[in-house]
Design a protein around this ligand. Sequence first.
Ligand SMILES: [Zn+2]
Length: 363
Amino acid sequence: MYRIGEKELEFLKRLSEAFGPPGFEFEVLKLVKEYVSKYVDNIEMDNLGSLVMIKKGVSSKPRVIIAGHSDEVGFIVTGITKEGYIKFIPLGGWWDQVLLGQRVIIKTRKGVIHGVIASKPPHVLKPEERDKVVKIDAMFIDVGATSKEEVEKLGIRIGDPIVPWSPFTISSTGTTVFGKAFDDRIGVFIAVETLRTLYENNIEHPNILMSIATVQEEVGARGAQTVSYVAEPDVAIIAEVDIARVPGVESHEAPTVLGKGPTILTYDASMIPSQKFKEFVIDVAEESKIPYQLSIVPRGGTDAGRFHLYRTGRPSIVIGVPTRYIHSHVGVIHLKDLENAVKLLIEVVKRLDENIVKNLTPL
Ligand SMILES: [Zn+2]
């Protein structure tokens, strides 16, 4: 019923390559708004920028949200040295070791500037320095300039946002893709594609569906807090990336892998999901013969951390797509997992009526 073909891949590519660190998600939001305008009854936006795309079903209750965050981890300019190098700090969580030698783009009011993250070259490192990780405060961005004046002429100012430069690429296997910002354009993709598929196939659903692209998740789920008052959810589904296991990681540290299906998050540091909602989603997956993996993320959180605390509390669940190397220049995902995540959410939304949601209370 749902398949990732050429059109869907093109949307995914544009989402991945769009510029949008926390607080600067405009390009992503515009792209999403354009893409879904034909398939929604209404679009609303809160004052921080989170987009709410509304599709009415056969009943006006319950209010169901599927939320993905539109921002990505990035950086912000903190200063320009006399010699024309840019100093910067992170927007969101980075591991310093993955930064050196990577290309970035800086968005200024005059346009986009290419740069590379650098530090002093190995030839001048003392022996004791060679074994150490270079810290982000010792790094700088080189935009190819030779003086502060030249940098200023390019339009670069303190407070300008920066993201990785990383072209979206289909791997040689044809089943997986490389790209930046999968955390969490993947979630935005799932939210939008679920809504579009319901619309295009005239699939009935006993609720109001609101697909949401939140803002500023990577700096503390700020957008999820404010958009709750626009969406007023009765029940919340958060679409996210999950941590896929790679060499050096034990299965109890990251239980899920690429290609074995979307994940159902059973715990993270920001939320313990509604147990009844979790079992409901598992039942739907099994009934619909959609593969899934149970996951646990000991540290870190998602927008669900905010949504499940809305007003008196709302049953919430996080559905993930296993992703290798999140919060770096290049993530890897399996297209089948993404496809199955959309399929699963279509089946969930088709069934979430007022009665089921009423019965999601703990006792
Ligand atoms: Zn995320």
